[in-house]
Design a protein around this ligand. Structure first.
Ligand code: KG4
Ligand code: ZN
Length: 338
């Protein structure tokens, strides 16, 4: 007999990670398996959708099997199968959703199609801080495709305060990484390069900081400013890469922290959560903690970028509210949370 009230198999294939996890009670990871395709895509300098979905097909069975094996459970022990239904790449999403539907039918299990962004938000419930979370929480979701500020007033209740008007924060990191000749993905590479650089070497623009832009974000002007600066150098060897990386990163962090701090006060948040790939950024974590008096919570590094554990955590809190999805739900590449 298990001490847990729910055990959920979660599958995530929205972009370039094939992932499966077993989550108990929404907060305990019995297993969390991630097969990353980063190296496969690095040679293209970005994620190649057709290559991504083909690789998902190749590895999905063994990733799910490994998640079950590591958790020491059988399909009969599961309460539900959860899978990312969007947002993401359509071909990639379909691989995970078809796998989940197949399992749900074969094992007679309920199925839940989970929003990937809700998954990132619930990555904070997989930390030891989970018992301390009180609503309303302000969550900054910063990933390759998203920059959004949500107030979460209860489980499953979100209000969108602001979002990226153009490039997402992670997308800006990836594009600037390429401009600086750093390896893909640009985010972790800039994080590392910036360590040895001077964040005040270049004064790059902090766009839409002004109050009339509310809580929306814009990073395309910043990217253009970096591009203009990079074009001044004749060869990569003469380029002050570390200073450029540090100055770019400082501009992104300033905007993210400034808007988040203002929003936290405005909504009376009990805490600020940061989720998504860019929440791994060390300068962002440090600046947010320095600026805010509220608790600032970030997931452990392995749960910042895409994973299935967060999908299982989000699924649990939907499942215990009684949600069950019909088996014929579709993938939605541009699925919105609110
Ligand atoms: O959440 P995620 O794995 O995928 C999406 O849902 O988009 O986020 C990936 C993004 C990439 O743009 C990557 O460059 C960025 O997260 N990233 C970082 C860091 N680690 C990953 N950006 C800044 N600093 C990092 N340390
Ligand atoms: Zn993501």
């Amino acid at each position: 007999m298990s001490d847990y009230s729910t055990r959920i198999l979660a599958i995530e294939t929205s972009c370039d990670e094939t992932a499966a996890a077993i989550i108990a009670d929404g907060t305990t990871m019995l297993s969390n398996v991630i097969a990353s395709q980063t190296e496969l895509h690095a040679r293209y300098g970005g994620v190649f959708p057709e290559v991504a979905s083909r690789r998902h097909v190749e590895v999905i069975y063994s990733v799910v099997e490994e998640a079950m094996r590591e958790a020491h459970i059988g399909f009969g022990d599961l309460d539900c199968v959860a899978v990312t239904r969007g947002p993401g790449l359509v071909g990639s999403l379909l691989v995970g959703v078809n796998m989940a539907k197949g399992l749900a039918v074969a094992r007679n299990l309920p199925i839940l199609g989970i929003n990937h962004i809700e998954g990132h938000i619930y990555s904070l419930w997989l930390t030891e801080e989970a018992p301390h979370i009180r609503f309303p929480v302000l969550t900054l979701v910063v990933s390759g495709g998203h920059t959004e500020l949500y107030v979460m007033t209860d489980h499953g209740r979100y209000e969108l305060l602001g979002a990226a008007l153009d490039d997402a924060a992670g997308e800006a990191f990836d594009k600037v990484g390429r401009l600086l000749g750093l390896p893909f993905p640009g985010g972790p590479a800039i994080d590392r390069a910036a360590e040895k650089g001077n964040p005040a070497a270049f004064r790059f623009p902090r766009a839409v900081m002004e109050a009339e832009h509310g809580y929306d974000f814009s990073f395309s002007g910043l990217k253009t400013a970096v591009m203009r600066q990079v074009s001044q150098y004749h060869s990569p060897a003469t380029m002050p890469t570390a200073d450029l990386a540090a100055s770019f990163q400082a501009a992104v962090v300033d905007v993210l922290v400034g808007k988040t701090a203002a929003a936290a006060t405005a909504v009376g948040a009990t805490a600020v959560h940061i989720a998504g790939g860019v929440s791994a950024n060390r300068a962002l974590r440090a600046a947010m903690r320095a600026r805010l008096e509220l608790p600032v919570r970030v997931p452990p590094l392995a749960l910042c970028t895409d994973n299935a554990a967060m999908i299982g955590a989000a699924a649990h809190f939907n499942f215990i509210r009684g949600r069950r999805d019909a088996l014929d739900f579709d993938v939605v590449p541009s699925l919105q949370l609110v």
